[in-house]
Write a protein that binds this ligand. Structure first.
Ligand SMILES: [Zn+2]
Length: 364
């Protein structure tokens, strides 16, 4: 590494020779600089006011020169400084250029790399089934009604004629919103356990005739297993008008099931109980997979239970201000996941909610 020599000879020729040596060393060092940090060290070594090489030149050459030689030496030292500064500023340009090169290299995009493949999305199988159901009933003149998922006890139970001690009101089955002990029972909020409150809200809003379907998400306090999920979807329907009979209920559901599963499908109605319908029925269809001979989906029975239905209980009409002496109606409901599991031969309801691409890809 270059260090400034002490001079004994201060003649112009000796100064010129020493200056040339210094510049050669500076030039050689400047050529090896790469990166901002190395340049900073280089510049300090040569240019620093305190003990930089050029400061030492001042001390050892100019100040040490005998009186008569000072003028000549001063001129040469000044010329040397100018040249040295030029060399340093050239090195500065090169160093900042190489920093930029480095940045460009780091940010470079390799256009030959394969791109990110974004798979095409499709409707979730549950929503696909829901869409099919909706389209069947829309074709029959039904419109779609919607309502809140957080409901009051009144709309979810009371107005639907649930007796005070009905097990569905128990926290075993219902997810109540916490911290409502101060409220009257009918005002307490819960996650709706069925889409039936939408029927009440619809009847409060419009006068008969009513033909609506209520598709949506419902919640139960159920531990998840192969056939239970705390969240699932229902589709309910409601038809209210003058002179609606049980025959209309049978005809409507028979037509809907034939639209969904083919005209060979038969329906069967068996007495049942729901608080909000009287009489109530469970509706089964003849197994669309085996035609009634018996197979796995129908558990060898030839029939599959799909819907609950019934004539709207007159008490329910009382809650919404309809006159049961003048009008009548029927309601029905089904679980969309259950229907989807059957349609696509899925044996675990949890598969619909995992978001596992290996499962969902099969529906693309
Ligand atoms: Zn079958």
């Amino acid at each position: 590494m270059y260090s400034v020599p002490k001079l004994e000879d201060f003649s112009p020729a000796a100064i010129d020779a020493a200056a040339a040596e210094l510049l050669a060393a500076l030039r050689a060092e400047a050529e090896t600089i790469s990166g901002a940090k190395a340049f900073e060290e280089f510049r300090n070594r040569w240019m620093a006011r305190k003990n930089g090489v050029l400061t030492q030149v001042n001390e050892l050459w100019l100040k040490a020169a005998p009186g008569p030689a000072k003028r000549e030496v001063g001129q040469r030292v000044n010329a040397l400084k100018t040249q040295a500064e030029e060399l340093v500023s050239l090195a500065a340009e090169r160093a900042s250029g190489s920093a930029q090169d480095e940045r460009l290299r780091a940010e470079a995009v390799d256009v030959t790399l394969p791109g990110i493949e974004r798979p095409l999305g499709v409707r979730h199988p549950v929503l696909r089934t829901l869409d099919e159901l909706i389209s069947v009933f829309v074709k029959m003149g039904y419109s779609i009604a919607d309502g809140p998922e957080v409901e009051s006890d009144y709309y979810n139970f009371e107005a639907l004629n649930f007796p005070p001690n009905h097990p569905a009101r128990d926290t075993q089955d219902t997810l109540f919103i916490a911290g409502q002990e101060e409220r009257a029972q009918r005002d307490r909020l819960l996650l709706r356990t069925h889409t039936s409150p939408v029927q009440i809200r619809t009847m409060e809003r419009i006068t008969p005739p009513v033909r609506v379907i209520c598709p949506g998400k419902v919640h139960r306090n159920d531990a998840p297993d192969a056939t239970h999920s705390p969240v699932f979807h229902q589709l309910e329907g409601l038809c209210v008008d003058t002179g609606i009979t049980f025959g209309d209920l049978k005809g409507t559901l028979d037509h809907a099931m034939k639209s969904l599963f083919g005209s060979a499908v038969k329906t069967s109605f068996r007495p049942s109980f729901f608080p909000f319908t009287e009489p109530s029925v469970e509706v089964s269809i003849s197994c669309p997979f085996c035609g009634g001979r018996g197979c796995r989906p129908c558990k060898q029975s030839g029939w599959i239970e799909l819907l609950g239905a019934g004539m709207v209980d007159p008490n329910v009409f009382g809650f919404v201000g309809y006159d049961p002496a003048k009008i009548s109606g029927f309601a029905f409901g089904m679980g969309v996941e259950r229907l989807t599991m059957m349609s696509y031969n899925v044996d675990d309801i949890q598969q619909f909610f995992y978001g596992d691409m290996r499962f969902l890809e099969q529906f693309a």
